[in-house]
Design a protein around this ligand. Structure first.
Ligand code: DQQ
Length: 618
């Protein structure tokens, strides 16, 4: 071939390549967003993830006409986060198997042109869903926008329309409604006929709040920082007919949940006081505020209040990428939330999950009367590794969440639908596990399993003394990893273990005796030997469990799914999630052991394990 004809052919080839690329980038078929990457050892079988690219926060989970919806922060262009992120969307009949839909919110307008960030769904009276989300506007300010489904008779809610009134909440207040509009008639769907029957309010009339102010004045000493003003919560409706939402923010180092009111869910005014704030906690992302029942392990509609109800405020701290919650009282009259005495309101407080778990969001599942929790589990690997594997981020298994009988903390349990994936049941008869012993559990797929067990400790008097300076469970777990022998404990399981135990992730308990003669139960997730690859994060996690071993069995449930180990101790009183990247304990090379590396024996009083079928996910 002559040089000139090969040049022409090359040019033509380039032209066709360019044409193809342009075509595919313009098309919006679903495969462009979610085309699959197969046969990777760390992809999960029953945890929610898109087939490729970056995913972070769960957004606007809800149930509509019997179908579950999950939106999530998604970068269609790659495996790392990008600020011009979109809301991707999947639907499910059971919260386990998911069908991908096209993303619903892209940057497109001046008020979200630089990104559609996190937000929440609210089911308005009459059953109409609305989503409030943070838009990054053309000036790179964070503003709050609203979108509604285009067609309410489409159960998949595939198309959403952004309101022409956006932004509906603007930190500079240029479009804000003033207080007087609160007396104007409300819009059509806001009528008593449409009131949700589950909503019960105390009968007394609340005083007319006088806390409203406009967010307009630049001289406002409480001026909102437009770079730290995001993640509107699900709305709740007060007995005074006003909707409330909170938005995460900070003032100096004080984390703050700014409160807004609306009569029609479109026109919002800022309350003078935030719902709550706490010193030295930094920026509050993804605040979640919801009621819990003090008398039954059920969920409540977000607007419910009255007798036998407490409230929970969860915030995701930008500064340390951890989440904290308090339980407390919501005072409708003052429109403030007050944590219970003893409910620690800072970085030493309670957490939904003491491992990797962030930007979580709950929703009320009206079909099953439960509150369901979603949380984002990021990777422990480097961004380069994420780019190589083509994806990053999974969601934790959906969990039901309720208030413990003690009223002191929440309890979580994987939703029962997850059990439909169980197959190949393995039972172990009650068995004494001598100190220093390890027993392999045979007969299940150890890389994809669900294991439930409980222990009985009879010789508690042998427990080591608890040093009162051990206030941080995570530090204690990091010092006392699974190989450190104790008196009572460590005992538990080694998940994703290689044949010769070169690799494993150990989830275990230790029991100590405190000065007040009470026992302290420590639960750890030890990743120090999770992978022979030293470049991955192998942090150890821990929590002190509210379990009295003199009265209760000590239970552990662990969901194992290739690169995630999600553990529930004390029947869900303490949860720890880890991401791990074994190099040998992959597929058939993965094993499961129970172990007791203590001086004292411990009894396994029950053990049930299942291999897990693969869910249909996206
Ligand atoms: N992720 C979103 C923000 C949110 C953060 C951006 C939390 O809206 O504050 O992707 O992970």
């Amino acid at each position: 071939m002559s040089p000139s004809s090969s040049a022409i052919i090359s040019l033509l080839l380039c032209y066709f390549c360019l044409f193809y690329l342009l075509q595919s980038s313009e098309s919006s078929s679903i495969t462009d967003y979610y085309s699959s990457e197969d046969d990777q050892p760390y992809r999960t079988a029953y945890h929610f993830q898109p087939p490729r690219n970056w995913m972070n926060d769960p957004n606007g989970p809800m149930i509509y006409e019997g179908l579950y919806h999950l939106f999530y922060q998604y970068n269609p262009k790659g495996a790392v986060w990008a600020s011009d992120i979109v809301w991707a969307h999947s639907t499910s009949k059971d919260l386990i198997n998911w069908i991908p839909r096209e993303p619903v919110l892209y940057p497109s307008q001046h008020y979200d042109i630089n990104g559609c960030w996190s937000g929440s769904a609210t089911i308005l009276p009459g059953g109409k869903p609305a989503v409030l989300y943070t838009g990054i506007n053309a000036e790179n300010q964070q503003v709050q926008n609203i979108a509604f489904p285009k067609n309410l008779s489409d159960p998949y809610l595939e198309e959403w329309v952004k309101s022409p009134l956006n932004p509906v909440i603007d930190p500079n207040g240029s479009n804000m409604t003033d207080a007087s509009s609160f007396d104007s008639p409300t819009i059509d769907y806001y009528t008593n006929d449409h009131q949700d029957k589950n909503i019960a309010f105390p009968m007394n009339n609340l005083p007319e709040p006088n806390l409203i102010e406009m967010v307009q004045s630049t001289s406002d000493p409480d001026m909102i920082d437009a770079s730290n003003f995001r993640d509107p919560s699900t709305g709740w409706l007060g007995p005074d007919g006003r909707w409330r939402v909170i938005i995460g923010s900070k003032r100096g180092k004080r984390g703050i949940a700014i409160l807004y009111w609306s009569k029609d869910f479109i026109h919002w005014v800022k309350a003078k006081q935030p719902l709550h704030s706490a010193e030295d906690t930094g920026m509050w992302e993804c605040p979640d505020f919801f009621p819990v029942s003090t008398i039954a392990p059920v969920g409540l509609n977000t607007s419910v209040d009255g007798p036998n109800v407490k409230h929970v405020l969860k915030v995701s701290l930008f500064d340390n990428s951890k989440e904290y919650y308090t339980t407390g009282t919501y005072d409708y009259a003052k429109d403030v939330y007050v944590p219970n005495k003893g409910s620690i309101d800072d970085i030493f407080g309670l957490r939904f999950d003491y491992g990797k778990f962030y930007a979580s969001k709950t929703f009320f599942d009206s079909a099953k009367n439960r509150r369901v929790l979603w949380g984002w589990i990021n990777e422990s690997s480097s961004a380069d590794d994420d780019i190589k594997k083509g994806w990053s981020g999974i969601q934790a298994a959906p969990r039901a969440i309720w208030l413990d009988k003690s009223g002191k903390h929440l309890v979580q349990w994987p939703i029962t639908e997850l059990e439909t994936l169980r197959t190949g049941h393995v039972d172990m008869p009650s068995k004494l596990l001598d100190g220093g012993s390890t027993v392999e559990v045979l007969g299940l797929t150890a890389s994809q399993a669900d294991v439930e067990m409980s222990f009985k400790v009879t010789n508690l008097e042998k427990a080591e003394k608890f040093d009162p300076s051990w206030t941080n469970a995570e530090d204690l777990c990091a010092r006392k990893v699974a190989t450190v022998k104790g008196e009572i404990g460590p005992f538990g399981i080694m998940a994703l273990a290689s044949k010769g135990l070169e690799e494993y992730t150990a989830i275990f308990f230790r029991i100590f005796k405190a000065n007040n003669n009470k026992y302290v139960v420590l639960m750890c997730s030890d990743q120090s030997r999770s992978s022979l690859d030293d470049s991955t994060d192998k942090a150890n996690y821990g929590v002190f469990l509210d379990v009295d071993p003199t009265k209760e069995k000590l239970s552990l449930r662990t969901l194992i799914d290739h690169s995630i180990v999600e553990s529930f101790g004390g029947e869900g009183k303490g949860c720890i999630t880890a991401r791990v990247y074994p190099t040998m304990a992959i597929g058939d090379g993965a094993h499961l052991h129970v172990f007791n590396n203590a001086a004292e024996a411990v009894r396994i009083s029950s053990f049930s394990g299942w291999s897990m079928n693969k869910a249909q996910i996206n």
